[in-house]
Design a binder for this molecule. Structure first.
Ligand code: NAD
Ligand code: ZN
Length: 376
């Protein structure tokens, strides 16, 4: 007899985080399996679900029902949705609420939401009573393909984003790909940019499939989303696991981010991270082609994939050219004033001639920025 509410077995990806292994489960209905997972955790008797106001309304009850239904006591704590709330102030409000609620060392934090919730709730877990376990339950594309795997947690400060934080790998990550249906369309597009990046750095076949299935991914169709999230999680898991042993592989994830971060900052965050990274990838591919490192036509292929996920990466304000160059000169990753870039050899492969990054002369960066601006 097949139960009408039976949840299919998820695909499971193992992450080797050095400090311990954890698994990432990807499959429809995972939201309803949280209780069953929590019951199996030794030493956990209480749950503090942390979520933002938007996600709490949509999925909060489903998660608390699942946990309480499994016989574990559970309370939900919410904060107002948005990056503006990823702060020490909200961290202190949440940790005070947990203290008031009498949460002790037998508690589990469940981070239910997008990347903001994952980072903030992860940091609460990292610091509360010197560290509680955290279960990551990502609900945005960004959180599923990027932020929930790897263990980085933290908050923003006036001086910049993610400047105060900690490395705190989760006990597990549970992903229900169906929940991205309720995400606004442009948020899905922005999130798929990091998936395109995953294809570009290690898997040409995945890159092609993202381009082919762009419309379904943007629409949030369950099975296309499930397969893409699974492949991105496998790639990110391999890279962050590798890094523990080898050192440096994680650098490849910065493809598109040197220029992307500069563009994002210069736009004063008017441009979304995904769109800025999309543009960063295009420019860094052009840079690689100009230097003879990247196979000709690579930038063009990237443009096609980005178009398929409905990202229109274009530079709007020619006046910000100097601002971008200034930002690069001050970039913390710059070595002796020369910016370093992750460059592609071709779609699916990073150039490794000088390690994971190579220094690029300023004149070449300027030339690429200028030619792109002029041709827009
Ligand atoms: N830790 C890492 O390694 C890492 C990596 C990448 C990004 N990040 C961080 O992630 C954050 C961005 O993540 P984000 O884009 O998910 O932002 P977010 O968490 O603010 O989510 C975006 C919006 O979508 C809403 N939302 C989330 N899931 C939803 C759903 N299923 N249905 C309807 N609405 C939903 C949220 O309420 C929010 O309004 C940034 O703070 C960034 O620094 C961290
Ligand atoms: Zn990114």
């Amino acid at each position: 007899v097949i139960e009408s509410n039976a949840v299919p077995d998820p695909d499971v990806v193992q992450v080797d985080a050095g400090a311990g292994e954890y698994s990432v489960s990807v499959g429809p209905g995972q939201l309803d399996r949280i209780g069953a997972f929590v019951v199996g955790l030794a030493g956990v008797h209480r749950c503090a679900v942390i979520s933002d106001s938007t996600v709490e309304k949509l999925y909060g009850a489903r998660v608390t029902d699942s946990i309480q239904g499994a016989g574990v006591s559970c309370e939900i704590f919410t904060f107002e949705a948005g990056e503006a709330r990823k702060t020490r102030k909200v961290w202190s409000i949440l940790t005070d609420a947990l203290l008031d609620g009498g949460f002790g060392r037998d508690s589990l934090v469940v981070a239910l939401g997008g990347g903001v919730t994952g980072d903030l709730a992860g940091f609460v877990a990292a610091t509360y009573m010197r560290g509680l376990p955290v279960l990551q339950v990502p609900t945005s594309v960004v959180a599923m393909v990027d932020s929930s795997v790897g263990g980085k947690t933290g908050v923003d400060t006036a001086a910049g984003k993610n400047l105060v934080g900690s490395f705190h790998p989760p006990v597990a990550v549970m992903i229900d790909p169906e929940v991205v249906r309720t995400l606004p369309t442009d948020q899905r597009s922005e999130g798929w940019v990091e998936a395109v990046k995953h294809g570009a750095i290690v898997d040409a076949a995945y890159f092609d499939s993202l381009e082919a299935e762009g419309p379904q991914l943007v629409a949030g169709e369950g099975d296309a989303v499930r397969r893409a999230v699974l492949r991105s999680v496998q790639i990110k898991a391999a890279v962050v696991s590798d890094d523990e042993k080898e050192g440096g592989a994680r650098m490849a994830l910065n493809f598109g981010h040197t220029l992307g971060h500069a563009i994002e900052a210069v736009s004063e965050y008017a441009m979304g991270h995904g769109s800025a990274v999309a543009l960063g990838m295009l420019l860094e591919a052009e840079l690689g082609e100009r230097l003879g490192v990247t196979e000709p036509g690579t930038a063009q292929r990237l443009a096609g994939a980005l178009q398929a996920i409905e990202i229109s990466a274009r530079l709007s304000d020619p006046c910000s050219l100097e601002a971008i160059e200034d930002f690069l000169a001050r970039d913390k990753k710059a070595r002796e004033g020369t910016p370093r870039f992750v460059l592609l050899r071709r779609i699916g492969e990073v150039d490794r001639e000088f390690g994971w990054t190579r220094a690029v002369p300023r004149e070449d960066i300027k030339a690429v920025l200028r030619s792109t601006w002029l041709s827009n």
